[in-house]
Design a protein around this ligand. Structure first.
Ligand SMILES: NC(=O)c1ccc[n+]([C@@H]2O[C@H](COP(=O)([O-])OP(=O)(O)OC[C@H]3O[C@@H](n4cnc5c(N)ncnc54)[C@H](OP(=O)(O)O)[C@@H]3O)[C@@H](O)[C@H]2O)c1
Length: 275
């Protein structure tokens, strides 16, 4: 197939946070299977990644449109969905994935620079949780969801076990989980499915912002001990599974938190008590 040939007939994936990490891997995977065009949103901090992604989507025979904006407000959602409607037309979005990583780490009671003060809390909730609702509202208002559309939030295992300075991330993900369940109930009768995909640590730029190179190496080694499979998961593992969730076979998942962690937290007690 020539580059982009037949891409007009394809349905679309809307991916928030498409220029890097998990979102970029999902964008590339769903272009190949089930064969979607991609409208990706990002703020431009990974400009090179965005250009490479557009190329990989074209190579796979799809159309990729990357739209640069801060996706965390209702106004951004309305403007983004209007731009998407221009290129894709109504009832064209088969898959919506919320893959934004924009949270503050720190401690609620810290006296230092890492204090989670009100502005950080509001910003994190806007970015990591509320924006999911804003974009779904805009998609529905503009009649953009294709028949039997799939909507997906992303979760980590920090709802099962605590990790020092990630309390605000976990709180915002808890809100996201509830948004997913309630939207599943509201959209279910219309034929759409809304789920939360929970997966363990995968190496992405978001992690590299948080950890030093030495800490990252320790992290990889710790995951090799923790995960029953003996290695850290990858964005490709996650992306491959999203292609399954976008398919007909996964149509009965709804309002679910789907555990794709590979058993990451099963051995924690064992590791602590029997080191
Ligand atoms: N990495 C993990 O181990 C892991 C594990 C489980 C779940 N998750 C979840 O997976 C999702 C993606 O994480 P990741 O690690 O793949 O992150 P990442 O590599 O840092 O990518 C984040 C993406 O979001 C974009 N972005 C961030 N803030 C934005 C904003 N306000 N508006 C528009 N775009 C924005 C970034 O581009 P710009 O900065 O240029 O905007 C980038 O494209 C997150 O929800 C995370 O909680 C990650």
């Amino acid at each position: 197939m020539r580059e982009g040939e037949g891409s007009e007939a394809r349905e679309w994936a809307l991916i928030l946070g498409a220029s890097s990490g998990t979102g970029a891997a999902i964008a590339e995977a769903v272009t190949r299977k089930p064969g979607l065009n991609v409208f990706g949103v990002h703020r431009g901090r990974y400009a090179e990644g965005a250009v490479q992604l557009e190329q990989r989507i074209r190579d796979a025979g799809g159309r990729g449109v990357l739209w640069q904006a801060d996706a965390s407000s209702p106004e951004a959602a309305e403007a983004g969905v209007a731009a998407l409607r221009e290129v894709a037309g109504p009832r064209s979005v088969k898959l919506f994935v919320h893959s934004i990583a924009g949270a503050s780490v720190g401690r609620f009671l810290s006296e230092g620079e890492d204090r989670l003060h009100a502005r950080r809390i509001r910003r994190t909730f806007d970015t990591m949780a509320h924006s999911f609702v804003f974009w779904v509202q805009a998609l529905v208002n503009e009649d953009m969801l294709a028949p039997e559309a799939r909507l997906l939030g992303l979760q980590n295992p920090l709802d099962e076990t605590h990790l020092g300075n990630t309390g605000l991330i976990s709180a915002s993900k808890a809100a996201l989980e509830m948004y997913v369940r309630y939207l599943a109930m509201e959209l279910g009768p219309r034929g759409h499915r809304v789920n939360l995909l929970k997966f363990g640590t995968v190496m992405t730029p978001a992690l590299k912002h948080v950890y030093s190179p030495g800490a990252l190496a320790r992290l990889e080694a710790a995951h090799a001990r923790m995960n029953p499979a003996g290695r850290m998961g990858t964005v490709e593992d996650v992306a491959r599974f999203v292609t399954v969730l976008a398919g007909e076979e996964a149509g009965w998942f709804n309002g679910a938190t789907i555990d794709f962690t590979g058993g990451m937290t099963l051995r924690l007690l064992d590791l602590v008590l029997n080191p």
